[in-house]
Each structure stands twice: as C-alpha cells, then as structure tokens.
Write a protein that binds this ligand. Sequence first.
Ligand code: SF4
Length: 389
Amino acid sequence: MAAEKKHNDEKSLDAFSSPVLDRIFSGDDPGVWNLPGGELVLPRVFGFCRGVKRALIMADKAVTAHTDGHKNGNLVLLGEIIHNPWVNDYFSRRGVKILTTDQCSSCVGRYVTREDTAIIPAFGVPLEIEQQLKQIGCDIIDCSCGDVIRLWRWSEKAVKDGFGVLIFGRAMHDETVVTKTRLAAAGGKYLVVENIEQVEKFTKMIADAHEAPDLREIFGPDATNTDSPSHFLTLAQVSQTTMLYNHTQKICEMILDVFVERFGKSAAKKQLMFQPTVCRATQDRQNAAVELCSSGCDLVIVVGGFGSSNTRHLHELAGKYAPSYLIEDAEAIQSPAQLTTYDGDSDDSVSIKDWLPAKRPLKIGVLAGASSPQVVVGQVLEKLAGFLK
Ligand code: SF4
C-alpha cells in the first residue's frame, strides 16, 4: 500500500521532472555538466522542497479527480499555488481557475460556490478567507505547508501570553500577509521589518525610552497594526520561512543587545522570545548555494519566479561571489548578448546586454529556489550548454 502511494505521488510530480537533470546527477561527476567550453555546476540541494511537493501532489490529485468526473463544480485556486509562473500556468492549462490576490481579498463568495473545490496555496490564506470558505460549504484542499502553520501557532501562542510579535519578512509577501491577519485575529500587535536597516530603526526606538515615534510613519501602513512601540517591550520574534538565515541570526543578536542594555539581563530574558522559523528547506538551499558559489564561479544563473522570496535570497547570496542573474525560464536567455533578468531596484524584469563572459573555459553555477521546477532548470541548462559547445 505504502509503495503504491509513493508511486502515485511520484506520478503527480512527473510533469515537473527533467531527464537532463537526471542525467547530470547520475553521471561520474554528479551535479556537473562538463562541456568543451566549460562546465555547468549545480548545488547538492536545490529546487522543490517537501512543502512544495506536497502542495503539488495534492493539487494534482484534485485535478485528476475533476477530469475523471469524480467531482463536479470548479477547482478554484486561492492565489498562486507557489510562486512560480510555470507551475501556475500548468494548473491553469489543466482547468484550474486561479484567483488574483484582489479577488481573494475582496469576497471569495463571488468566485467560489458550494459545488466547487477550493485549493489553499502552500503559504496559506488569511483567516477570514478560510472562514468564508467554511461558510460557503465547498470542499477545501488545504496545501498550507507545515512549517508555515508552525509559525502561526507559535506566534498566536505568544500573543496569548502577552507578547507583541516582530516579524522579519516582507510585509506584502503572501505568507507574511497571512501571518499578520492571523495575529490580528488573535488580538495581537505585529510589526514587520524587512531588512537589517529597519531592525536598526527598531532597536533605536527600544533604546530611546523617551521617544514615542509613530510606527506606521516609520515602517509604513502595511507593516504594523499599531502606532505605538510600547506593544513591543515584551517581544516575540519570528521570521518569514524563506528569509536569509544569517540575517535572522544577526537581528536576534541586535534585539537581545538592546533589550539587555535597556532592561538588564534578567528582565530581558523574560521580555524576549525568539523562534527560528526560517524553514529547513530554505536553510539547506542557502547553505548549498554558498558552498557552490564560494567554490569559484564566473557567473551564477538563478532559476525561479521573481515573486519567490527564497529564490530571490539565493540570488542575493550568489551576488556576493559572482555576477548573478535571476531568470524565470530558458526563454529569458535570448542570446549570449541578451538576457531578461530580475532587477531588484525596480522589482521587475530588465533586459541586459553582454551578460555571458567571452573567456573559456567558463564555470557557470546554476541555482534554483524551492518553488522552481526541475523541468525549467533543465531547459535553462540545455540553453546554457549550447553556448559552451
Ligand atoms: S520553502 Fe519552507 S515553508 Fe515554504 S513550502 Fe518549502 S518547506 Fe514549506
């Protein structure tokens, strides 16, 4: 029975696999594609994580049940199942109706009926949407990742115990939007800080007991549900599951230092709680990316959706070692002279010239985020290999 289940699950993931990658990892030098003009090198861990695989298997089974005629109504996905355009297009082509964020946050009852089946993405949905779905009475397939759920549960408990919650993440990232709504529903106060500079502003506020700045003004209206820093003098800290692990360690030290400085060691111990919520899959991919990039690459290509937080962080890490380009798919590589890549300043795509160095042999590192399907990585590798023949 267990073997049969495994077989079925693997079948659900077949559409995302790549024979190119299978070949590269079964060769004498696993993870390396040697070519006359250089080598393409992959990290020891990359691509789909356990949470993403689970979500895709669940969604695939729902689609199969509908196409086999075992279920009526529409299959409605409440936002992107994961942050990868190829994967979302794949489900859309198979008849899944994908709601935009605006459609989800207005009134889900306009788009989902009792006969339908609603699919909740890997990063979950806000509590009020979950409640609306229950009222509608439709079938619900909940693909929320266990690591994300653990983050909600821990921080909701912290709220119950009287702590304000400091979230290290992007205020408008889907996962953090959901965390914020759940904390607000539990009666909690939250503040989202996106980077080390914002943590510095926060610690300065804690250090300066006499100032009473307006949090919304400093961090933006999406970052918090309170004006007053006083809610964070007893503080529980969590991170969006896909943040840079080394940054989370640094901000914990910064917060601990300022609390000890203001309140003393023993009071700080009672007033502070930290929970390491960057998930294992994110950490493993970041560690493997650093290993690969620090081995010396001429350039790094990162494959994944521009909206994927963990993919963008791989790109950020890689950029410390070599020129790094985040691309969505093989079509982004128009020629050795032209590439469409992610631009962090505009948070959009940009077309760049002469991205491929002329020197040979060339060592190109190829990374892929937890939401990047192998099939797309394989297509990118084939395209790059064409330049190293
Ligand atoms: S990256 Fe982490 S939190 Fe996100 S789906 Fe994968 S395991 Fe879950």
